[in-house]
Design a protein around this ligand. Structure first.
Ligand code: MN
Length: 193
């Protein structure tokens, strides 16, 4: 089983002016594609590995019967593949309201304003490459945190809800060093809230 690059539900320029078309094109067709190819390549070494999905592999990362060096490659490349697949899905030119999610956010964070402030603060403060996540823990409670590199909440038993990519390749062409401005603008293209 070889994983494939998921197509976007919108065109590369659909998230303009908040995320520019060139960034989207390179991010999807080059960066995501490279994670995918390296993920497929390392899995080729283990034809007997049993899994239902890429997410399933990350959920069982610690117990996969693979060499330790390859576990790191699977974490990085598999994470890169799965994280970006989610990132494209949670963004869109048109917003959708999920009343249940809003209710849960208000329950677990006080208010939407408090939640947005917390998420934005964590994302802005993150040092280096990584992602800031909204997740559900094993009990279904919402949590917000940042993880380094391509590490996935799936590997610690959490279910991702939405996420922002903080790697420079996600914003540098348009925003250069102004990551805080990218994060602020990203809320406009977050589909589900
Ligand atoms: Mn990225």
């Amino acid at each position: 089983m070889k994983f494939e690059l998921p197509q976007l539900d919108y065109s590369y320029d659909a998230l303009e002016p908040f995320i520019d078309a060139k960034t989207m094109e390179i991010h999807h067709s080059k960066h995501h594609q490279t994670y995918l190819e390296k993920f497929n390549a390392v899995l080729e070494k283990y034809p007997d590995l049993n899994y239902n999905s890429a997410e399933d592999i990350l959920k069982n990362l610690e117990t996969l019967p693979v060499a330790e060096a390859d576990r790191v490659v699977i974490k990085n490349m598999g994470g890169g593949f799965v994280n970006h697949s989610l990132f494209w899905k949670i963004m869109a030119p048109k917003k959708e309201i999920d009343a249940g999610l809003i209710k849960d956010i208000e329950k677990d964070f006080g208010s939407m304003i408090d939640f947005k402030a917390l998420f934005t603060k964590l994302a802005t403060a993150h040092f280096g490459s990584g992602w800031t996540w909204l997740v559900r823990d094993a009990e279904g409670k919402l949590a917000v945190y940042s993880l380094q590199n391509q590490d996935s909440p799936l590997s610690i038993g959490h279910e991702p809800v939405f996420v922002i990519d903080l790697w420079e390749h996600a914003y540098y062409l348009k925003y250069q060093n102004r990551r805080a401005e990218y994060i602020e603008n990203w809320w406009n293209v977050l589909k589900l809230i």
